[in-house]
Write a protein that binds this ligand. Structure first.
Ligand SMILES: [Fe+2]
Ligand SMILES: [Fe+2]
Length: 430
């Protein structure tokens, strides 16, 4: 993908938005891209201050509310009119809330649930990340392994895995490569648990697969640590040889403790095997790869592509799923990959998107069922304070997603407004 080209695209869109003039409501037509400038966002009942008019009813609704003048974006409006007919189309019920008080109540509920939810996710993921560190330390120091702590974590998390209807993300603050490695293990564990549950696995299987996922890169510490493990685009030949030893080294060190089941060890040993036999270290094929390793193979690749300490290396979650499906699907178990995509949604939470009306937003929650084509979005708006922004579903937004944006394509101020840190931590919620 050519990042320079995509960056230029966003700049061009911004330039188009600058061309704006004040017009009377009487001059508006379907297809006009407008902004309500006479009322503060919080004090009018419309879902957005800026939108494309898609029916005469919307113009009437603005008039009924007493709005006489709006700002019109000329270039965007001219483009839109080519694709809109001047009809009496029906206004979306969601275009206007019953009152500005309803809007304020929805914003408050969102702030209370979503941002507090972020704190909770961050706490849980840090807990899991530190648990991975404790288990690894015990393995290397030949101490007794705190598996009961993992069992407690699983007992706490299992009900959420079973009842979650939405997958949300939080931007997790990490300070160095070691933090990034620990968070990677926690993310892969949670995503593997969700995948296993959605594949219909038994409780014990889901728990074992999550444990294998939490420890899948334990061998990394025996082949050079983060220096080798996290330099995915700049390994020398010797480093690559060392890197490819980590599944085997990890499985061996876990086996020596006598504390882990053969299934957990197989999950660790085989997590880089591929269904088409192109993986390593055993060049195993198809069902000869343990199902935990087939699951971790997917969740590990996903997290590696989505998350990096360096924002320039992060891909959009949407793009990563598309890449896995269209370019690399022969690597993965087809049923597992289909279930994973269904679990995350076509636009997984954490995907930055550009919409057809040239706004930038982020998917804040994707449904884990078949409503995933209608994700919840939070839009950037420089005129609305971050804690007064109201998310809406894609269908409510009155627009469509034109493309996913890599985090590096989103201006830093916009990215921070939508998500405080570019590193995504996943957690299910009800
Ligand atoms: Fe690995
Ligand atoms: Fe990994």
């Amino acid at each position: 993908m050519n990042r320079k080209y995509r960056k230029k695209n966003v700049a061009e869109v911004d330039a188009a938005l600058i061309e704006q003039i004040a017009v009377s409501i009487e001059e508006l037509h379907v297809g006009d891209h407008i902004k309500i400038s006479t009322h503060h966002w919080l004090n009018h009942p419309f879902l957005k201050s800026e939108f494309i008019i898609n029916s005469r009813d919307q113009i009437n609704a603005l008039k009924d509310y007493g709005i006489t003048d709006v700002i019109r974006f000329s270039s965007r409006s001219a483009l839109n009119k080519k694709s809109h007919n001047e009809t009496e189309g029906t206004t979306r019920p969601s275009f206007r809330l019953s009152s500005s008080d309803e809007k304020k109540a929805r914003i408050k509920a969102f702030v209370d649930n979503y941002w507090n939810g972020h704190k909770e996710i961050t706490k849980k993921l840090h807990e899991l990340a530190s648990l991975s560190r404790q288990i690894k330390d015990a393995v290397f120091k030949k101490n007794s392994i705190p598996l009961h702590t993992f069992d407690h974590f699983y007992q706490d998390t299992a009900p959420l895995l079973k009842t979650s209807s939405r997958l949300i993300v939080s931007g997790i603050n990490i300070h160095n490569e070691s933090d990034a490695t620990r968070l990677h293990c926690a993310n892969v564990s949670i995503l593997t648990g969700l995948l296993g549950h959605n594949l219909g696995w038994e409780d014990q299987e889901v728990s074992d697969a999550m444990l294998a996922a939490l420890l899948h890169d334990v061998g990394g510490e025996l082949v050079g640590g983060a220096k080798v493990m996290r330099r995915r685009r700049a390994r020398t030949h010797a480093m690559e040889q060392a890197y490819r030893m980590h599944p085997k080294k990890g499985a061996e060190v876990l086996a020596q403790t006598g504390a882990f089941s053969a299934n957990v060890i197989a999950g660790v040993l085989q997590h880089h095997e591929r269904m088409d036999g192109s993986g390593w270290p055993g060049k195993l094929m198809g069902d000869s790869i343990h199902k935990y390793a087939r699951a971790i193979g997917i969740t590990n690749d996903y997290d590696l592509m989505v998350n990096s300490f360096d924002v320039q290396l992060c891909e959009s979650p949407h793009t990563v799923l598309a890449t896995m499906f269209y370019r690399f699907r022969e690597y993965y178990d087809a049923q597992f990959l289909a279930t994973f995509i269904r679990t995350l949604g076509v636009y997984p939470a954490g995907s930055f998107v550009q919409t057809a009306d040239a706004r930038v937003g982020m998917v804040i929650a994707s449904a884990t069922d078949n409503t995933s084509t209608n994700p919840q979005l939070l839009f950037y708006d420089a005129e609305i304070a971050r804690d007064q922004a109201l998310p809406c579903s894609l269908s409510e937004s009155g627009t469509t997603i034109s493309r996913a944006l890599a985090p590096s394509e989103v201006p830093e101020a916009v990215r921070i407004y939508l998500l405080p840190s570019h590193v995504l931590g996943y957690y299910p919620t009800t």
